[in-house]
Write a protein of this length. Structure first.
Lengths: 501, 355
């Protein structure tokens, strides 16, 4: 059977009335879960395992997959409107989404997020369909050395995310790496930076830092300027002009592909995918310096990337039987309970499940687009809530979200602390994005560096002797040198200009 | 939308949201409020000493001290489901995740319910290993063993075309040049997979501290790295490796059960014992309760679990998940835990992680 026949077979499964109903339930549930900070797809899926017990396995996985990509789809809403990312994968969306919303263009930002998510999702389904079995091989070609190099490459984005002051960006990034190292060290079982409390042994959840630094930090800033009203901006138009469509089309396309491949790598996932998409577009764009101040491309790129990555993360699960993320780990458990062992044999043993879930993703993405566009005016009414109430609402939102992560009151203190840090950073103009980026990449980088060195018995050439790792490291050097060279040339030119005068 | 979600959950045995609210009120240590007191067995008046009279009156808080999706979580959710479907208890078992610190945060929560009949929680070797490496203030002796339920085994895997044909060859290669063989595992240094491999190595007669163990964040990640050829050998649980072994993507060269397992024999695997290394390792999973749980309650639950293991519903789930029944009642389980403690302490000392 070729991919097309396979897909037709998949649609036979996914177009059964029961399957359609559960796709719909899944994506609606996912959208709402995504919008609420803290309530992530992992806990939602765990709750659904008992519901899927009696179901046909194909239907069960269709439902659960719908919740997952629905959550990534819906997660952008609170990032854009409130600067409070609903799921970790949508943090990068807030960099430009929230400024757009402040400028009264919330409608536009939400619409772009919906379109970009739709396209990202669809691109990833196409990728899953045609090259999933091949990609399984790509996924395993990434070992510790390659991951280390990938993370180093990712961290070079700190330069472009640093805005005005590179030094301040680097300080923020170093702080982010330090935060990411809190907790039990996998290599030796030693507790690091935990100050003797067991509450820090598992490290600090990424969402706590994101909600603290972004959402609470913003609330504190707004509280400080008592008079400055939180501009009761109108929703603005949902419509995109032809020019805008032209502008966002290439970034959406590029980020979708990039996101998909990032998702394929076990452990990378939607969050890293969205950051890579964002920084890639920022670097490529001619108007890169307006990123972070409300550039529509800054919304489109991460949204396309994170949805594509959520599709891509099904590749290792379905073709290798190994979960690439926490969410797909829960899915793996659910499949096992239903008597299905994902892996290379699944394509032959249970084609209904494999192709059914892929076909259902097409349908689910269309449902998501149809559902989300009309909801935008309704959801953005939240911006009409009076300032005092809205600010308290965001605080409550953050607290509930953080408590929902692990039901630990200690985390509430942590998010407050990070809120104050975020406030301080904003007051003294430290950029927050490098902190978040370094927090995601830092721990993975360190862990894989030490793993690679353990394998090579301490021989550092392991990073240079592997082709993928070497390529990535060269790219990292290039990414560092080019912006600095450009800055240097500009600097020289300016000095010459001054001298001439 | 959460309305629709809850409606969809209608027939499910759990209402975690409610549970969590209760949690919040109960606070940390002094959760001994009137609701819970009802569950205490002292209402067994009239000198009637047949334990069978005792029954739980409120829904049982049923804790997986880890995130959703792991082994403890699967055990809790599956058993709750079977207990509900087979009507084995007059109340619901409400699963709840209290993740953190390899279990220590969940254990601290349970330890606060001293003398009560619940919560019950899922336990496995980490309840002995984590305290040994001094990251939990509570250890297995602080809790009441209820019943041991199932077991899984360790399995050592290599790539299909690996030069290693037996575990003996692996150990000999390590003996010759410890750095030449990298051994990936699905847990941190000093935890389950590491101990299991090091224990076998010590039994073979090589220095357990010589094993070049590379920890990964889970069995899946470790196997991915083996598939890609980044490590030479991987040790993980049999259950986690089913897909890879059945498809022939990875080849088993040793596993840690006493008796041979058919599916693994077909794939060409042999036990350690068959290869002349007198070594077994159980990845057991059982249920434990708070400190000084009333005897009547322990009796009730150990009988309930014994009954559960006999049901068809359980058999079906168990088979799908690749679990092997391994029932021990409270007393046997307790003795077994003490033995495990001595064993693990020895291995950890040999590796140099415990002094």
């Amino acid at each position: 059977m070729n991919a097309f026949e396979n897909l037709l077979y998949g649609f036979e499964v996914a177009l059964q009335p029961e399957a359609l109903m559960f796709v719909l339930i899944g994506v609606v549930a996912g959208t709402v879960i995504g919008m609420l900070p803290g309530l992530g797809p992992i806990s939602a899926l765990a709750l659904m395992i008992p519901i899927t017990y009696g179901m046909d396995p194909a239907i069960g996985i269709i439902l659960m997959a719908g919740v997952y990509y629905g959550a990534i789809f819906g997660g952008s809403t609170s990032s854009i409107l409130l600067n409070a990312p609903g799921v970790a994968g949508t943090v990068a969306t807030s960099f430009d989404g929230y400024p757009l919303s402040k400028q009264g263009k919330a409608g536009k930002a939400l619409a772009i997020a919906a379109y970009a998510s739709f396209i990202g999702g669809t691109v990833s389904v196409i990728g899953l369909m045609f090259i999933a079995p091949l990609l399984g091989r790509v996924a395993v070609s990434f070992g510790p050395a390659e991951y280390f190099a990938l993370m180093v490459f990712g961290l070079t984005a700190v330069v472009s995310l640093s805005e005005k002051s590179l030094i301040k960006g680097l300080i923020a990034a170093v702080f982010g790496v330090m935060v990411s190292l809190i907790g039990m060290d996998l290599q030796t079982g030693t507790a690091r930076y935990t100050f003797g409390t067991i509450n820090l042994l598992d490290g600090v959840d990424f969402l706590i830092v994101a909600l603290g630094v972004f959402a609470l930090g913003e609330v504190f800033v707004l509280l400080k300027k008592k008079t400055g009203s939180l501009k009761q901006n109108a929703l603005g138009s949902l419509k995109l002009s032809k020019k805008e469509i032209k502008e966002i089309a290439p970034p959406v396309g590029r980020s979708s592909v990039l996101g998909f491949f990032t998702g394929v790598l076990p452990g990378a996932g939607a969050t890293i995918g969205s950051f890579l998409g964002y920084t890639m577009e920022k670097n490529i764009a001619k108007d890169g310096d307006t990123f972070g101040k409300g550039n529509i491309k800054g919304v489109a790129a991460p949204e396309a990337a994170n949805n594509a990555a959520s599709g891509g993360s099904f590749v290792p699960l379905l073709t290798l039987g190994v979960p690439g993320s926490g969410t797909t780990a829960v899915l793996l458990g659910a499949l096992l309970v239903m008597g299905i062992t994902p892996g290379p044999l699944m394509l032959e043993d249970r084609p209904d499940v494999f192709w059914g879930v892929i076909a259902s993703m097409y349908i689910g993405n269309i449902f998501l687009l149809i559902l989300n566009l009309p909801l935008i005016p309704l959801i953005s009414k939240i911006l009409n809530v009076p300032r005092a109430m809205l600010l308290s609402l965001i605080i409550v939102f953050c607290m509930i979200g953080v408590y929902g992560l692990s039901f630990n009151t200690f985390d509430l203190m942590l998010v407050l602390i990070f809120g104050l840090i975020g406030f301080g950073m904003r007051m003294y103009e430290f950029p927050a994005a490098p902190l978040i980026l370094a927090m995601i990449l830092g721990a993975i980088m360190e862990e894989n560096m030490r793993r690679a060195l353990q394998i090579s018995s301490g021989d550092w050439t392991i990073f240079l002797s592997k082709p993928i790792s070497l390529t990535l490291l060269i790219l990292a050097v290039v990414a560092l040198v080019i912006p600095l060279t450009i800055r240097f040339i500009k600097f020289i030119k300016r000095r010459r200009g001054l001298k001439r005068r | 939308m959460s309305v629709a979600l809850l409606a969809a959950c209608g027939d499910a045995p759990e209402h975690p949201d409610e549970e969590n609210n209760n949690e919040a009120e109960a606070g940390d240590n002094n959760g001994n409020e009137t609701d819970n007191a009802n569950n205490n067995a002292d209402s067994n008046d009239g000198g009637n000493d047949t334990a069978s009279d005792w029954e739980p009156e409120n829904d049982v808080e049923y804790i997986a001290p880890a995130d959703a999706g792991g082994g403890w979580d699967t055990l809790i959710r599956t058993t709750a489901q079977v207990i509900q479907e087979e009507d084995l208890a007059p109340v619901n078992f409400a699963p709840q995740n209290i993740p953190g610190s390899g279990g220590a945060i969940g254990w601290a929560e349970v330890a606060g319910h001293e003398g009560e009949a619940q919560p019950l929680f899922a336990a496995s070797p980490p309840i002995i290993l984590v305290p040994l490496t001094e990251t939990s203030q509570y250890d297995h002796t602080d809790f009441t063993p209820v019943a041991n339920l199932i077991t899984d085994y360790s399995i050592v895997l290599v790539q299909p075309d690996s030069e290693f044909e037996s575990i003996v060859e692996v150990f000999e290669a390590i003996e010759e040049d410890p750095q030449s063989v990298s051994v990936g595992g699905g847990s941190a240094a000093g935890s389950m997979d590491h101990i299991s491999f090091a224990g076998a190595a010590a039994e073979f007669g090589i220095n357990a501290a010589d094993v070049n163990y590379v920890p990964f964040a889970g069995g899946g990640e470790a196997m991915t790295n083996l598939l890609g050829g980044h490590v030479d050998v991987v040790i993980t649980g049999v259950g986690e490796s089913t897909g890879q072994v059945e498809s022939g993507e990875l080849r088993p060269i040793a596993y840690s059960s006493e008796e041979p397992v058919e599916a693994l024999q077909e794939a060409g695997g042999e036990t350690f014992i068959e290869q002349g290394i007198d070594y077994t390792f159980d990845i057991w999973r059982g249920i434990m309760g708070p400190p000084d749980m009333p005897q009547e309650a322990v009796d009730y639950y150990e009988n309930m679990y014994a009954e559960m293991l006999e049901t068809d519903t359980w058999d079906e789930h168990r088979e799908n998940l690749g679990w092997i029944n391994n029932y021990q009642d409270s007393e046997e389980f307790g003795d077994f835990l003490d033995e495990q403690f001595d064993l693990f302490e020895d291995v950890l000392t040999e590796i140099g992680l415990v002094e």
